[in-house]
Design a protein around this ligand. Sequence first.
Ligand code: KE4
Length: 434
Amino acid sequence: MSNLMKEMNFTNSKRLYKKAKGLLPGGVNSPVRAFKAVGGDPFFVSHAKGSKIYDVDGNSYIDYVLSWGPLILGHAHPSVVKAVKEAAEKGTSYGAPHPFEIEIAEMVKNAYPSIEKLRMVNSGTEATMSALRVARAFTGRDRIIKFEGCYHGHADGLLVRAGSGATTFGVPDSPGVPKNYARNTITLPFNDLKAVRDVVKRHYRDIACIILEPVVGNMGCVLPKKGFLQGLRKICDRYGILLIFDEVMTGFRVSYGGAQQYYGVMPDLTCLGKVIGGGLPVGAYGGRADVMEMVAPEGPVYQAGTLSGNPLAMAAGVATLRVLSRKGVFEKILKKAEMLEEGLRDAARRARAKVKFYRAGTMFCTYFTDREVYDYTTAKRADTEKFARFFRGMLRRGIYIAPSQFEAGFLSLAHTDRDIEKTIRAAHDTLKEI
Ligand code: KE4
């Protein structure tokens, strides 16, 4: 039993986790939820409201995970709950076109000028998997470039890491991914434009696309170096390669128009998810009309989904974007993120802690290292044991941050100044303690 369990009452969570482990692999429906990276067992949630999440033992936490990003308005926002209830009264799924699909598509297009046409799907994984297929069909090329530390969901072709040495053939990053499938994925270091240039010069005739998280939220929060995104755009233009921004996490988070608006670099295709579903299952991919017109039934590229454009998910997404797009709302959340950043930097200084803090809009990460983090190799230098102690200390103080050093944290409209002040005090005390 970890220290955490000794100091907090987790009786009901422990009982439920024991039961869950007999039913679900690792007792969870997604690996990171099992708290493996931070020790101890996960708490089970009873409910959530605003910036708070409550477990089945009555413990409450200020939540900076927010279901891994979607809940930018906070949990159970009245407008979202009302929209979902009203939609459910009219039926939970039609498998046929309905007006909400048009409304959310228009809202996304208004926020993302690079998206001329889009397709709704049910997860970020589906969005990136489909975007790759369209890119391969449009270019007639099979290979793709991705970057170490970027996560794009669990489609086979994306669970691939860099092969050994100079080889540009990827190797599976999970059992079950066929070797010959992984060979089509070239994995390079993030922020390394020279590595991209060298590989593209040799292999451009085979390369369909370059896919990346423009700000990487799946190795913490890693920012693109100055000129990196612009350099990728130039390389893609020169060699007829499609540039795909996986903005499943950064979309409506780095800025209302995502990383592409913030950095002023337009991709050919964009993948979205999380925020646009307001907490319900969703994903989307879209971009240049000439590329998206390849998608069935307009074009020959097959992609389908029973629940794609589901009326409840669309209603939650439309309700979320209606609030988020109101004048001053996104800026309000940005101000909260700035307040948290300032406070955490100050707390680290006062605690004489060796940490590095990065933020992109309303997403952030604290690395336990005193050296800059700009790619996977430098991110992996972080002291994960120390992070685990930090996580448990914060949880004991009622603050729930992502249970892994290599995840991002998120702010919502619901986080109050008091929440942030409490978080900063807890961070200072925990940093002193560990
Ligand atoms: P989903 O299939 O989980 O909806 O989306 C996959 C995905 C794609 N692209 C990016 C940039 C993502 O961050 C994700 C999923 N993010 C993780 C958090 N690191 C979801 C949490 C989980 O896997 O349980």
